[in-house]
Structure formats: structure tokens, C-alpha cells
Design a protein around this ligand. Structure first.
Ligand code: FAD
Length: 380
């Protein structure tokens, strides 16, 4: 082991790395993917049955073209991997006061990109979505393309197809160190040292552990997700009758959730997680306090949740950048190393298009979209 040379070595095969490995292998590159675990796994940021995908992006209109490409690529992945439920369209309801960041942001993205967007006043909200119990000040904006990605299925499909196209994959192999010279890159693991032309670091919450002295200003949040019994008649919370949702309260708290899937009715709080220093040694057990924190927040919209049985809970990590924008591009001062991380709690839906862009960058081509807003050098 260790003598073969690769065009690109991808470290981290979660959401981003698995997508990059797939695009590289499909485009004919000699690619090696390495992960310390066996993805999909529950130790990082890409597990838990569901991720929201939405087109009318409240965070900024600049994400919309990326999302449109991401949808196309997810649909292709579902088809090519024979996984029809990888992406399910349920519609999405985004709620808050007229002046909230969520409602204003959704409307701005719809307006700037000429996309359909239905605004529901409180009475229309009550009539069309009686499952929600929202404050008087709330309105809703409906995104017809919003839906659910199955994160484990997405990672599995990207990895399976990457290998089908010739990628070499080493799981349960931790990268201990990496090095860059004018000749190429080398990656040291307990199982040997591998050489390549370019390196993609897609290590999620472990990014700074791998960057060492070149660490970026990233922070980690420990997040709890909880599966409850549905907070009302189960039929009203099925994917055919209930949308994915996100609500912003006047104190800034953001609460989101999904229709009932196999593991129950899942909901959580966006941001406001406990700050942690490293991903290693993280407590992955959600305790009663973690669960009650989620219940208290989500019950603001679903009062009967106070009596709902908890079926399951899990812990997951956000890796946040200071501006909550992603970090994608050349590592500052490097010609051969590309970093992709800090998806700041909203990156999963972009993984398909990120994989395509990472593959282009690693092969010395220009990605089809402008990634300068995500340049890792913007913090220096
Ligand atoms: C609770 C929760 C809910 C979320 N909800 C949404 C949502 O609804 N919609 C959305 O779009 N996004 C959402 N996100 C964000 C999204 O899931 C993440 O942005 C995305 O999964 C990050 O993917 P990643 O590839 O960067 O990290 P990961 O998937 O964690 O992959 C990193 C990989 O690197 C590997 N690795 C690290 N260090 C090493 C090493 N030294 N050697 C070898 N391998 C290594 C790890 O083992 C891991 O497999 C959510 C995140 C969480 C935690």
C-alpha cells in the first residue's frame, strides 16, 4: 500500500467528500477517498434520516442558482443509484413576522429569481395548515419545491457510484497528517502514506484538527434532534399532508421540522447549540435536558408536543463560519489543497453541487458558479 499515485485524494467522505469523489471518478480522475469511519455514520454532521432542501433561500438569493443545480444533480443521483426516496418533495412552509429574516429572505429570493411564492396571512395559515399554532404576528410563505433529502441514502449513493466508476475508498482509516510540496501531496494514515496531485479536505467538524497551524475561524455546535410521536392525529403529519417547516420567533429562535417518516416526527432548533471545542470525544448521547430544550422550543408552535412521547434522539454537529457562509476553495497559500467545510448548519442540500464544483477545482477547471463568496481566504 502507498506506492500508487492519485490525481486527487479526498479526505472525509461525508456529505461533501462523497459527492466530490463521485464527480471526480465519473469524470475519469484517479481518486482515493479516505474516511476515519465507514460513511454513512453517526459521528459527524450527515446523519438522522432527513435534511431539508428548499429553493426560496431566505439566507440570500445568491444561493438559488446553486440550489437549482443541486436539485438537478440530486434527481440524477436518485435515478442513477435506484434510490427514488433519496429526494422527496413535500413543499415547505416558512413562517415568522412579515419583518422576520426568514419571511423577508424567502420573498426576496423568490422576487429576485422570478419564482412562484405564495404568502399566507395568519387566517390562510390556520385554514390550510391547522396543525400549526403560531403567534398572531406570523405569516407563512410556501415553497412548492421544498422537501426532504435522506442524508444516509445520499452519502451511500455517492460512494457506491464513485466506486462503480473506479474510485478507491479506504474507510476506518484516519488521516494523521498531510503534506504539500511542489511535486504533489502526501497523506499519512495508520495504514500507509498515499500520494496525489491534489488534496480535498472535506473533514466537516474535524477540519481545523487537520489544518493545524493553518486553522480557519470555525466553531462547532452540538445539536440535538428529536423524534416524537406526532403532536396530533398521525394522518395529519404524513408527508402527503404536512410540509417541512421553519419558523422564526420574535426573539430570533428558529424551529424546524419534518413530516413523520420511519423514525417518527422529527423537529429541532436551528443554531443555539452548545459550543464544543472538538469533534473527538463528543458526547453523542442526548440526555433529558437536551431533549426538553428541543421540546420547549418546538412546543411554541405545537402545544400538544408537551404530552408527546419521545421515540428517539440524536446528536449532530454544526461547523460554523463567522458569516455562516460555506468555506469552499483553495486553502490560503496553497496551490494543491482545496478545503470544503463550515456548512454552518445548512450545507447538506448543496452537497451535490459542491461535489461537482470541488471536482472541477481539483482538476484545474473553473466551476460553473462563482464561489468567491465562499473563499477560505476571506477571513485573513
Ligand atoms: C442536526 C443537523 C441538522 C441539519 N439540517 C440540515 C438541513 O435540514 N438541510 C441542510 O441543507 N443542511 C442541514 N445540516 C447541515 C448539513 O448536514 C451539514 O452541513 C453537512 O452534513 C456537512 O457535511 P460534511 O461533509 O462537511 O461533514 P461530514 O458529513 O461530517 O463529513 C466529514 C467526514 O470527514 C471525516 N474525517 C474527518 N477527519 C478525518 C480524518 N482525520 N481522517 C479521515 N476522515 C476524517 C469524518 O469521519 C466524516 O465522515 C444539518 C446539520 C445537522 C448537524
Amino acid at each position: 500500500m502507498g506506492t500508487e499515485s492519485f490525481d486527487v485524494i479526498v479526505v472525509g467522505l461525508g456529505a461533501m467528500g462523497s459527492a466530490a469523489a463521485f464527480h471526480l471518478a465519473r469524470d475519469g480522475a484517479r481518486v482515493l477517498g479516505i474516511d476515519q469511519f465507514a460513511p454513512p455514520h453517526t459521528m459527524g454532521s450527515s446523519h438522522g434520516e432527513s435534511r431539508i432542501i428548499r429553493e426560496l433561500y431566505y439566507e440570500h438569493p445568491m444561493y438559488v442558482p446553486l440550489l437549482q443545480r443541486a436539485y438537478t444533480l440530486w434527481e440524477a443521483l436518485a435515478r442513477d443509484s435506484g434510490t427514488p426516496n433519496l429526494l422527496r418533495t413535500t413543499g415547505g412552509l416558512f413562517m415568522g413576522a412579515e419583518t422576520s429574516a426568514v419571511v423577508r429572505g424567502v420573498r426576496r429570493s423568490a422576487h429576485d429569481h422570478g419564482l412562484p411564492c405564495t404568502v399566507l396571512d395568519r387566517e390562510a395559515l390556520r385554514q390550510q395548515f391547522p396543525q400549526f399554532s403560531v403567534p398572531e404576528s406570523f405569516v407563512g410563505v410556501y415553497d412548492p419545491r421544498a422537501g426532504i433529502l435522506d442524508p444516509e441514502a445520499c452519502v451511500r449513493a455517492h460512494l457506491t457510484l464513485a466506486q462503480h466508476h473506479g474510485a478507491t475508498v479506504h474507510t476506518n482509516t484516519r488521516v494523521l497528517n498531510w503534506n504539500e510540496t511542489t511535486e504533489g501531496v502526501s497523506v499519512e494514515t495508520a495504514n500507509g502514506t498515499f500520494k496525489g496531485n491534489r488534496l480535498i479536505l472535506a473533514a466537516g467538524a474535524w477540519t481545523n484538527a487537520l489544518l493545524g497551524e493553518r486553522a480557519l475561524p470555525l466553531t462547532l455546535e452540538r445539536q440535538t434532534i428529536v423524534w416524537f410521536d406526532p403532536p396530533g392525529s398521525p394522518a395529519n403529519y404524513e408527508p402527503e399532508r404536512f410540509p417541512v417547516f421553519l419558523g422564526e420567533f420574535s426573539d430570533g429562535q428558529l424551529v424546524y421540522g419534518f413530516p413523520t417518516l420511519g423514525r417518527g416526527w422529527k423537529a429541532a432548533v436551528h443554531y443555539q447549540g452548545e459550543s464544543v471545542a472538538t469533534a473527538d470525544g463528543l458526547d453523542h448521547t442526548a440526555d433529558a435536558r437536551d431533549i426538553e430544550r428541543v421540546r420547549t422550543a418546538v412546543a411554541r408552535m405545537f402545544p400538544s408536543l408537551w404530552h408527546a412521547r419521545v421515540r428517539e434522539a440524536a446528536v449532530c454537529l454544526y461547523t460554523d463560519s463567522p458569516d455562516l457562509r460555506f468555506v469552499v476553495g483553495a486553502l490560503p497559500g496553497s496551490l494543491r489543497v482545496i478545503v470544503c467545510s463550515a456548512c454552518s448548519g445548512h450545507g447538506f442540500k448543496f452537497a451535490s453541487v459542491m461535489g461537482e464544483a470541488l471536482a472541477a477545482l481539483a482538476m484545474g477547471n473553473s466551476p460553473s458558479f462563482d464561489f468567491t463568496p465562499f473563499d477560505p481566504g476571506r477571513f485573513s
